[in-house]
Design a protein around this ligand. Sequence first.
Ligand code: ADP
Length: 258
Amino acid sequence: LEAQLAHAQKMEAVGTLAGGIAHDFNNLLQTIQGYAELLANRADSHDIDRQRLDKIFDAVQRGRELTRNLLTFSRKMEPHLRRLNLNRELAEMQDILSHTLPKMITVRLETAPELPAVHADPSQVAQVIMNLAVNAKDAMPDGGTLTLKTQCLTLPQGHASGLKPGDYVCLSVEDTGTGMPETVRQRIFEPFFTTKPSGSGTGLGLSMVYGIMASHQGTVLCHSVPGQGTRFDCLFPALPEAASEVDSPPRQQAPTAP
Ligand code: ADP
C-alpha cells in the first residue's frame, strides 16, 4: 500500500509540474504562431520564406498537440459519471477499431452476458480503450489479434490491486504482440516513460489510463509475457443491480407499512 501511495503522490506531483510547464509553454507557442502569421501575411506565396514559415507552423502545431496531451493528463480528471453498460461501450469501440486498425489486426469481442452496470464517464472509457488499443497495435507490427473483453470479478480483502473488496467489472484489452520484460512493465504507468523512438511516443498514454481509472475508484493492472502478448485489466466498481439497464432515475422506495 505504501508503494501505491508513493506512486500516486509521484503521479500527482509530476502532473502538477507538467501542467504548469505545459500551460506556460502553450502561451509561448501561441506567441510564436502569432508572429509567424504576421510574417506569413507579408511574404508572397512563392517565397522561400513561405516554406520556412510553413515549417514553423508545423512545429508549433506539433508542440501544441503535445502540450494539449500534457494538459489533459495533468487536469484533475473529474469524470462525468453515468450509469453505463461497458458491453455496449466495448461493442462501439470494436466497430471503430476494426475500421481504423491495420487489416492484419483482428479485433475480437468477448463480452460477459448479464454484466453489472458501472458508474463511468463514456468519453473517458473510450479514451482508455483507445490508448490501450493504440499501444496494442504498436506491439503487433506484423499483425495479430486484439481482444476486447468484459467479465465480472469479486475481489477479496487485501487484494494486490489495493482496491476495496467487492464486485468489479473488468474490461480487458489483450494483444498477441511483443509483450514486455519485467523491467519495462514496472515503469509503464510513469508519466513520460516510453520505449518508442523519440517523436512517436510521448509516454503519457498509460499515465492517462492510470489517472482515469483512479478517478473512477478503480485501477488498471498489466500482465505481459515477452514474445506472447500483453493484457491490461481495467477494474471498475460494479453497481448494485438495478430495475433496468437504461439510464433511468432511481426507483422510488415503496413506503413501508407501519
Ligand atoms: P507511449 O505509447 O507513448 O510510449 P504509453 O504510456 O502509452 O506511452 O506506454 C509506455 C510504454 O509501455 C510503451 O513505450 C511500451 O514500451 C509499453 N507498452 C504499453 N503498452 C504495451 C503493449 N500492449 N505491449 C508492449 N508494450 C507496451
